[in-house]
Design a protein around this ligand. Structure first.
Ligand code: C2E
Ligand code: CA
Ligand code: CA
Length: 495
């Protein structure tokens, strides 16, 4: 499919039209300004000239000596800027007039617009000085308009050339930027859709261009993807929950055709039995249509460079769920796992803050779980990244505590960002109540640092009883519930 008139042409024409209007206004203002300067200059030169002959001329006029007066006036001719000199009596009677050059032909419009010719009139007194006496006559000097006309023409051509060149550069550079920033991505999306087979149309998901994650193009692609998902689910009755489809177009051959979704595992207050939150867990639909998170999938997603895409989608879906709940007045918090790769991505903080704002989510209802499955190379950098999130009200949890690469080292650095929650890894919980040493040590450490504790992987009542007896009340595990699809979680715990 081809466009009849590209946006590039349209926006170039628009920029050029706007530039031409502005150029016209600028040129008119500047031309009048420069011409006025030139007039003032000519007037002051003519005043000086008139001043230099005023006394001898007054004497000649007083004596009615016309030849002498003509002689005096002739001394002004070499200055070259005058076209005519007149001596006029107070009753407007002209006594003497000398024309140096015949007045050249100047277009009427120019004489009207710029009030040509330029003239100055100076009184002549008998004693040279005004005193109380009436002027004998007036000396009227008239400038040669051809000079000013030539000046107008040359100024106009310089201004026109300069501004048109500027407008050309401006139009081309603005068009180039708009072309790169807006038209290319739109064209790419249009071609992607255009080249799709009819079968692919249903579940097709577009990739959000890298530099458009946070702008209107990103918004358009996201809305398209969401509509596609809703449409597909409507057609197949397949899943009521939005899911992320990774296609070949996402450059991820290994995951081509995967459908991802988020499921929620409840977190409970074991003392009251109340569900107080949930952890968001990624699920992938398997060939047998069962939703699961296959062993090593997160690592494979990280390895093929999909983690930021999938992770951003998980965050956005979580914010969408929170937003729906909060509009219903439900303030239940969600914990979202954040891979270190995602954490270190330069756009993570602004993108997350933008999400919270866009979905109108209370930041205190979102907890970010930092896992130590990958080494945090520089915990101080991680701390600097987390600080603005924490300052915005987002809670920070350290996941799988005790299992990571260097948890104490990280905790030491992370203490500059108040971590709010330590999650005790399920491998330690499994040893309870017989092997409690590690859990006891972690609980003591967390308490001394003033952190909240969430125990993970509670599978039986003995583990639960031991934790309650040691004042660890918040937990998640199969004893309470496995992860559930969002709709099921809502109907079980929120309705
Ligand atoms: P995790 O963050 O430690 O999540 C808890 C894991 O423990 C979940 O496994 C959960 O199903 C499982 N679990 C919960 N209760 C019990 C229990 O009582 N017994 C046992 N044996 N297991 C229990 P899951 O969903 O397979 O997730 C595995 C890991 O994958 C997660 O560990 C997390 O590190 C990662 N993951 C999951 N979803 C995401 C995601 O959206 N983003 C990132 N970056 N990582 C994720
Ligand atoms: Ca977790
Ligand atoms: Ca964990």
């Amino acid at each position: 499919m081809r466009v009849r008139r590209s946006l590039t042409i349209k926006q170039m024409a628009m920029v050029a039209a706007v530039a031409v209007v502005f150029i016209f206004v600028f040129i008119v203002i500047q031309l009048f300004y420069f011409v006025q300067q030139n007039r003032n200059d000519t007037i002051s030169r003519m005043e000086n000239m008139a001043d230099s002959v005023r006394i001898p001329l007054a004497q000649a006029v007083l004596k009615a000596d016309i030849p002498q007066a003509e002689e005096v006036l002739a001394t002004l001719k070499p200055a070259g800027i005058l076209s005519r000199i007149d001596v006029v009596l107070p009753d407007q009677l002209q006594t003497l007039g000398i024309s140096f050059v015949p007045e050249g032909k100047i277009p009427r419009l120019a004489t009207r617009l710029f009030s040509l010719p330029v003239q100055v009139s100076l009184p002549l007194y008998a004693l040279g000085q005004p005193g109380n006496s009436q002027p004998l006559a007036f000396l009227v000097l008239q400038a040669d308009s051809r000079y000013l006309y030539r000046f107008i023409i040359s100024t106009l051509s310089i201004l026109l050339t300069t501004y048109l060149l500027l407008a050309l550069i401006l139009t081309v550079s603005i068009s180039w930027f708009i072309n790169r920033l807006v038209i290319h991505p739109i064209r790419r999306v249009a071609h992607e859709l255009d080249n799709m087979s009819l079968q692919g149309i249903g579940p097709h998901q577009l990739e959000i261009p890298e530099s458009h994650q946070d702008d209107e193009i990103g918004m358009l692609v996201r809305s398209y993807n969401r509509n596609q998902q809703a449409c597909c689910q409507g057609k197949t009755g397949y899943s009521e929950q939005p899911s992320l489809l990774v296609t070949k177009n996402n450059r991820l051959a290994g995951f081509s055709g995967s459908e991802f979704a988020i499921w929620l595992q409840p977190q409970v207050n074991m003392s009251s039995g109340q569900v107080v939150g949930a952890e968001v867990l990624l699920r992938q639909q398997q060939s047998d249509e069962v939703w699961a998170l296959p062993e090593g999938l997160i690592e494979r997603i990280e390895d093929c460079g999909l983690m930021v895409t999938v992770g951003s989608w998980v965050l956005e879906e979580s914010c969408r769920v929170l937003s729906v709940w909060q509009r219903r007045g439900i303030m239940m918090p969600l914990s979202v796992n954040l891979s270190v790769l995602q954490l270190m991505h330069k756009d993570m903080v602004p993108a997350l803050l933008n999400l919270l704002e866009r979905y109108q989510v209370d930041p205190a209802t979102l907890t970010i779980e930092i896992t130590e499955s990958r080494r945090i190379d520089d915990p101080q950098v991680a701390a600097n990244i987390l600080r603005p999130l924490h300052d915005a009200g987002v809670r920070i949890a350290l996941d799988d505590f005790g299992m990571g690469y260097a948890c104490l080292r990280d905790l030491h650095h992370l203490k500059s960002v108040p971590v709010d929650i330590l999650k005790i890894d399920k491998s330690f919980i499994q040893g309870l109540p017989g092997d409690a040493a590690m859990v006891e040590a972690i609980v003591t450490l967390a308490r001394s640092l003033g952190l909240k504790i969430v125990a993970e992987g509670i599978e039986n009542a003995q583990q639960k009883d031991w934790l309650i007896a040691h004042d660890v009340t918040h937990a998640q595990g199969y004893l309470f519930s496995q992860a559930l699809p969002v709709a099921q979680f809502e109907s079980r715990y929120l309705d």
